[in-house]
Ligand binder design. Structure first.
Ligand SMILES: C[S@@+](CC[C@H](N)C(=O)[O-])C[C@H]1O[C@@H](n2cnc3c(N)ncnc32)[C@H](O)[C@@H]1O
Length: 570
């Protein structure tokens, strides 16, 4: 058999495995489906669409009675891919860790409030799946958070008591754990005793001539190493023998410096004067949102098809110029990736926060996306960019402006006639439990800081009100920037659908439908079966009153700008 024959044989194997996988999937035999899909991916995992489809099927299934060995292999396979969002698979990845298999053992020890670092515990910490979870995903599980918080405390105590051999057996775990703590911006709680012990480690490290990797990793579990001023020069040139350690140093130290440089090169369109905008800027400069490391890469598509898929409307190609898309309030750029598959467009990405823009630029460079121009501006001044756009995306932004509909007015000025606009706005009904919590925070006059954040997290976790307790299931509960954005935002407005309907009308926009979880849309159509009922905001208003969780994250919807032909004078 020559090389060509082998290729043909492999291609047939790949297709057959996919088809067999599909047929099992249709019969709801998900275990067998995933097994065959994985056999296909082992032959070829380079097609992003196939990879993503299988990954989404894997992530949305609860595997119960399955072949453990194979599932672990599949978890490791997905955790090692770059172009998928690992957060989706978190629950399944966690299910197949030694940590989950040994929950009883872990629970028993928890009662003693001190873990014994015996072989069993060491093997749990050295489990590859757990380590990759710490590296790639945000830990969004309260039990795992509690376990890790306790482990961190015990490790610091052991380390500072000079019986520190154990640390050497879990070097790689420490690296992954340090990356997790940097990624969640040190959201785990700590005690006064830990603060004291940490100071001791810092002091010792400052006296040492060489960098002690264990000291550094231990400190890294509690604070960013760039805050250790005495080390900055040494860290800039340090090379470890371990590739993992060098990667950790890049992620937690060098990348931030690099982002700062990128941010400083971004053009500022105008000075930011609005007082409320400055408050919001300050928040997102301190805590750029959302933090992300990997994401799903979209398919390649034409703008026309993209718009049609989202809105069932036709994009009117009235000129031959290259099309322009504006991502207004792009944050850290994860959102930009969703639009990066659109062929032959220029993307303009703007935000009020320079640190967010630096993060976005570093990450989109990493994904080798080249057609993006970044600018810093308040959306109120977006017209100073002197551009107009065929499509604008602005989600999660206007509700943080002093006057959200002034922001909308600014966007309408730069949207071309017949152009398309996607908006994301908070729902008053959807955020009612958060509103309650926010008014408590206001009443207690709690500013955002680590102590108050821990306090509110405890209140949520221990609440007897299920609506409040459920907030601990939000991804944003598990990182400092996420939690600050969710609960502590200084400026936040929420809306009803009646208010939105009125504003849309005022701005001469046409409603083109929600991006809503498909189950809700199916349910909506049962209640309102008439043709195009999904375009009726009054129906949706009634629906939301009956199903208040429909827009719990926000109203995400599309509108287009009505083209008004100029009146001809008689
Ligand atoms: C919650 S984040 C959303 C980020 C992104 N749109 C997303 O969905 O991932 C809000 C973003 O809006 C930006 N922002 C808030 N007010 C702004 C304003 N007046 N002008 C420009 N950007 C603004 C913030 O800096 C922040 O990055």
């Amino acid at each position: 058999m020559d090389a060509n024959d082998i290729k043909v044989k492999e291609a047939i194997g790949f297709k057959e495995y996919l088809e067999i996988g599909d047929s099992y999937y249709q019969k709801n035999d998900i275990d067998s489906a995933i097994k065959n899909y994985y056999s296909a991916l082992k032959i070829d995992s380079t097609n992003p669409k196939v990879l993503l489809n299988i990954y989404i099927k894997f992530s949305s299934t609860q595997f119960l009675n399955t072949n453990d060995k194979l599932m672990k292999e599949i978890c490791l396979f997905f955790l090692n891919q770059q172009n998928i969002c690992h957060r989706y698979g978190f629950d399944n990845f966690l299910r197949f860790t030694l940590y989950s298999k040994n929950k009883d053992f872990i629970g028993n020890y928890k009662l003693n409030k001190h873990y014994k670092f015996n072989d069993k515990l060491v093997s749990i910490l050295n489990d590859k799946i757990l380590q990759l979870i710490l590296k790639r995903c945000l830990v969004v599980d309260s039990d795992l958070e509690e376990f890790l918080t306790q482990i961190r405390k015990n490790l610091l105590e052991i380390y500072t008591s000079r019986t520190n051999d154990i640390i050497k057996r879990i070097y790689k775990f420490l690296i992954c754990f340090a990356e997790q703590c940097f990624f969640n911006e040190y959201i785990f709680k700590f005690t006064k005793k830990e603060e004291k012990l940490l100071l001791k480690v810092e002091k010792e490290l400052s006296k040492k001539k060489k960098i002690d990797e264990y000291d550094l990793l231990l400190i890294s579990l509690y604070k960013p190493i760039k805050s250790l001023n005495f080390l900055n020069n040494k860290l800039g040139i340090y090379q470890s023998k371990s590739k993992d350690f060098n990667d950790y140093l890049k992620f937690t130290f060098r990348d931030s410096e690099y982002e700062n440089n990128l941010a400083n090169e971004i053009r500022e369109i105008s000075k930011i004067n609005n007082k409320k905008s400055l408050i919001v800027k300050h928040q997102y400069e301190e805590n750029p949102f959302p933090r992300w490391r990997t994401t799903n890469l979209p398919d390649k598509t034409d703008l026309k098809d993209f718009i049609y898929k989202k809105t069932k409307n036709h994009f009117i190609d009235y000129d031959l110029k290259k099309k322009k898309i504006l991502i207004a309030g792009c944050g850290t750029g994860q959102q930009i990736l969703n639009y990066s598959g659109i062929n032959d467009v220029d993307i303009y990405a703007v935000d009020i926060s320079k640190t967010s823009l630096g993060y976005a630029k570093r990450m989109t460079d990493q994904y080798k996306i080249q057609n993006i121009k970044y600018f810093q501006t308040d959306l109120l001044n977006i017209d100073l960019l002197k551009e107009s756009f065929d499509m604008i995306v602005c989600t999660g932004v206007l509700h943080h402006m002093e006057k959200p509909f002034e922001g909308l007015k600014s966007l309408c000025k730069v949207l071309k006639p017949n152009g398309f606009l996607k908006l994301g706005l908070y729902s008053t009904i959807g955020r009612s439990s958060i509103k309650e919590l926010r008014s408590d925070i206001e009443r207690l006059d709690l500013d955002f800081n680590k102590k108050n954040m821990s306090r509110i997290r405890e209140i949520i976790s221990n609440s007897e009100n299920n609506e409040i307790k459920n907030l601990s299931k939000f991804t944003d509960f598990y990182s400092t920037s996420g939690f600050r954005d969710l609960i502590f935002n200084k400026i936040e407005h929420t809306f009803s659908l009646i208010e939105i309907k009125n504003e849309i009308f005022k701005h001469n926009l046409k409603f083109l439908g929600f991006e809503v979880i498909s189950n809700y849309l199916q349910m909506f159509k049962v209640y309102y079966p008439d043709y195009n009922s999904e375009l009726n905001l009054m129906y949706w208003n009634d629906f939301e009153i009956n199903f208040p969780k429909t827009f719990v994250s926000m109203y995400n919807f599309w509108v287009s700008k009505n083209y008004l032909p100029k009146m001809v004078k008689n």
